[in-house]
Design a protein around this ligand. Structure first.
Ligand code: N2P
Length: 352
């Protein structure tokens, strides 16, 4: 349990270390950078190292999913400098004029990012974002509780596993699973298909023990459920802690994602934000981060620095042919019908 213990201890120590939560206004000798990231998505020591090297204080807070982040950065709310949205959310924030174009001359370490993570559809000309981490979505299962082969999303609808299933409390991800099970695109705008997905998720709800966030990892490690919808990076952490756990990308296909770093249009600490983003693209820092959080780095020179079992893991670094399969998709921004996605998700959770 070494990794988990280290992570929990780090979280407890947050207030006492070189970075702090939003609300604390003091600055380092060279100012501050206000950062808003997913929970469990950075090695806290990385923020300390940044402050030690630059004299810039990191004012840090986190969120559980893209939609929560979006709601709190809408104009008039707290202003952040650096944010870490996923691909489709970057697209949405670009479209809504919430991001500033980056000056890449201030991010020399951008050169370390692998070409396969550039020119992706959400930021086709690499103007607004820097790939931070990537991964896939799949199923983590406990081999002592699930003895049949796991290769399909169908198992998350099997009544044998009543109250043995965790899903993520994340609307795009859960609706994606239902759409893929039905053989549809996860980017569908077809209302009839979305209605079918909703019905399927409502049918599943009684089997779901809980819709979880980051706490799901420890629950699976402790054997509290048999199956969990999981991002590959979270799977890496869980598999390292409990060897009874395994990860699979179902045969119907799934999502692969890139989470990026972006600069908010109303960033107040622009120079510090550039230094922060540049620091996170340094191979030794990206490797330290990837090892701690379990997610996959888009920087080959960082991957090279990882321990063998992570560097060669098929969970974190699946064969490139897997991502190229027709049934593996990235999300795009369904802004025109996003309220339908949100209302589906509200209805599904209400039926749990
Ligand atoms: C981990 C953050 C995962 C981000 N808590 C997946 N896009």
């Amino acid at each position: 349990m070494k990794r988990t213990v280290k992570r929990l201890l780090s979280l407890v120590a947050v207030g006492a270390m070189g970075f702090s939560m939003v609300g604390c206004s003091s600055e380092g000798e060279n100012g501050k950078v206000v950062v808003y990231n997913w929970g469990d998505y950075i090695d806290p020591e990385v923020n300390d190292l940044f402050t030690q090297e630059t004299g810039i204080k990191v004012v840090y807070s986190d969120y559980a999913n893209n939609e929560e982040m979006y709601a709190s950065v809408e104009p008039g709310n707290v202003s952040y400098d650096v944010i870490f949205p996923s691909d489709y959310m970057i697209e949405k924030m670009i479209n809504n004029d919430m991001l500033q174009k980056l000056d890449f001359s201030k991010i020399p370490n951008y050169a370390n990012i692998d070409e396969q993570f550039k020119n992706l559809p959400y930021d086709p000309n690499n103007e607004y974002s820097i790939p931070y981490m990537w991964g896939t979505m799949g199923i983590v299962y406990n081999k002592t509780m699930v003895t049949e082969p796991v290769d399909s999303w169908d198992i998350l609808w099997d009544s044998k596993y009543d109250d043995q299933i965790f899903m993520y409390d994340s609307e795009r991800d859960s609706i994606m699973v239902a759409l893929k099970k039905l053989g549809y695109s996860m980017n569908t705008r077809d209302k009839a298909q979305l209605e079918e997905a909703k019905q399927l998720l409502i049918e599943q709800a009684p089997l779901v023990l809980a819709y979880v966030g980051d706490e799901g990892k420890n629950k699976m490690i402790n054997g509290e459920a048999a199956l969990m919808l999981a991002w590959s990076g979270d799977a890496m952490v869980m598999l390292q802690e409990n060897p009874d756990l395994a990860y699979v990308i179902p045969k119907e296909g799934s999502n692969w994602f890139v989470d990026g770093m972006v600069m908010s249009k109303d960033a107040a600490n622009v120079e510090q934000a550039y230094q922060y983003m540049n620091f996170l693209c340094r191979p030794d820092i990206a490797a330290k981060n990837a090892e701690y959080i379990g997610y996959s780095t888009p920087i080959s020179a960082a991957r090279e620095l990882l321990p063998e079992e992570i560097k060669n893991s098929e969970v974190a670094y699946p064969d490139p042919s897997i991502l190229k399969k027709d049934n593996m998709e990235m999300f795009n921004d369904p802004s025109d019908i996003i309220s339908l996605y949100s209302s589906i998700w509200t209805e599904v959770k209400a039926s749990n």
